[in-house]
Write a protein that binds this ligand. Structure first.
Ligand code: GLV
Ligand code: MN
Ligand code: MN
Length: 413
């Protein structure tokens, strides 16, 4: 390694914290459910905050519930910030987000225990509602931190279950007082599992992440007319379920036509009245489109809208579209990408540069400071699934590379 030092992080300590956090909201058969601002999220937050405080860091909670621990506690210059999230999707694995936060805590513990001095302070953060499964958009806490969404608007967000984010933050005890937007860090870096198959398929074990693709989330509501499934002739229907299905098929065909790296997903569908013998009066569903090129992402959005209009007119239904999230592609700081590559080359790993398919808090922090990410492989590319897995040897190597990266950025002396 090119840390210029023999000091290493403790992988057993990181592994123990990953396993302890995984017990909170644990699902039968593996994985975790800690939706943002749920009771399980509160218990997970409390545990991570205890670890932060036990290290003697300065722990601050901001108005949107982001938690930041800084070392040394009395050093107020912009820090090299590490971070990620500890909320999960409802069918989450145990590494998505948690790896970045707990590796950050491990870096801090190693720095503190070894008396390593750095020119810039070092911080680790976990951001509220990165997943966006309960409250849209995703990366909500880091977006507010970076000044991309007003605090009042974010706090008023109504979740898929009808809960209000600000009220939920109060309820779980994480409506803090530190202001948002937050102070721009000196730099922001994040260790994360890849959540896709590219590293594994390429035989690489470390990813130097070049950026994050653009993300578009919309919610489509189709309003037709419910009627009797047996008596209503096919030519006289205003069938919301049929229109929803047509749009879902169109999204798949569009990805085939426009080609990679466009991806499109219909991930949430609700029909009303949702009965076997009733033509659906209403369909509400989401479309997630992503592309590394913003112009092509906009083209895909436009073509979906146009298909919605066409099929709505043909079936005699209304279609309304609400934007849930729209983020342009982000390129990470070249210096940081190069540094990750250089450090990884000095490890026993195989490094490759790649863009991220998933959204990340680093994508939001990149608006206000130089940012970058380190990826480790995901076995079979599976994520947002309890079966999400990364081998210990890869986690440990990633943590080593990440530690060396943070020391270099923070100016370890
Ligand atoms: C967030 O994790 C996303 O990429 O959807
Ligand atoms: Mn994540
Ligand atoms: Mn995720």
């Amino acid at each position: 390694m090119t840390t210029g030092s023999e000091i290493r992080v403790s992988f057993p300590r990181l592994r123990a914290r990953l396993d302890a956090l995984a017990e909170i909201g644990a699902l039968d058969g593996g994985g975790c459910a800690r939706l943002a601002c749920s009771d399980a999220d509160r218990v997970g937050r409390d545990l991570v905050v205890t670890w932060m405080r036990d290290l003697g860091t300065r722990v601050e909670i901001d108005v949107i519930g982001n938690v930041i621990a800084t070392w040394p506690p009395d050093h107020f210059d912009p820090p090299v910030m590490m971070g990620s999230h500890i909320d999960t999707v409802a069918t989450g694995g145990i590494y998505d987000g948690c790896l970045g936060v707990l590796a950050g805590i491990e870096v801090l513990e190693t720095v503190i225990a070894n008396g390593i001095e750095t020119q810039h302070p070092i911080a680790v953060a976990f951001f509220t509602d990165e997943e966006g499964s309960r409250f849209h958009p995703d990366m909500l806490g880091s977006l507010v931190y970076a000044g991309g969404l007003a605090v009042e608007e974010a706090l008023a967000t109504v979740g898929v279950d009808g809960a209000v984010l600000g009220e939920e933050l109060q309820r779980i005890g994480y409506a803090g007082s530190a202001p948002c937007p937050g102070r721009p860090p000196h730099a922001y870096v994040e260790l994360h599992i890849e959540q896709g198959p590219v590293l594994e398929a390429s035989g690489a074990t470390i990813g130097a992440v070049t950026g994050v693709q653009g993300i578009s989330w919309i919610e489509v509501t189709v309003t037709g007319q419910s009627n009797h499934a047996g008596t209503t002739p096919m030519t006289m229907r205003h069938d919301a379920a049929y229109v929803a299905a047509s749009i879902a098929v169109f999204v798949r065909k569009l990805t085939e036509e426009m080609g990679a790296p466009l991806v499109g997903t219909v991930g949430r569908v609700a029909l009303h009245p949702n009965l076997v013998n009733v033509v659906a009066a209403r369909a509400t569903f989401t479309i997630d489109l992503r592309h590394t090129d913003d112009t092509l992402l906009s083209e895909a959005e436009e073509r979906v809208r146009s298909h919605c209009d066409t099929i709505a007119a043909a079936e005699g239904v209304d279609v309304s579209i609400r934007s849930l999230a729209r983020f342009e592609p982000v390129a990470f700081a070249n210096d940081i990408v190069d540094l990750v590559e250089e450090i990884a080359r000095g490890s026993d790993g195989v490094v490759m540069r790649l863009p991220s398919g998933a959204g990340h808090d680093a994508q939001m922090l990149a608006r206000v400071c130089p940012a970058g990410m380190v990826f480790v492989p995901s076995v079979r590319g599976i994520s947002h699934n309890p079966a999400e897995h990364t081998d210990d040897v890869d986690l440990a190597r990633g943590a080593d590379v990440f530690f060396a990266l943070v020391l270099r950025l923070a100016g370890a002396t």
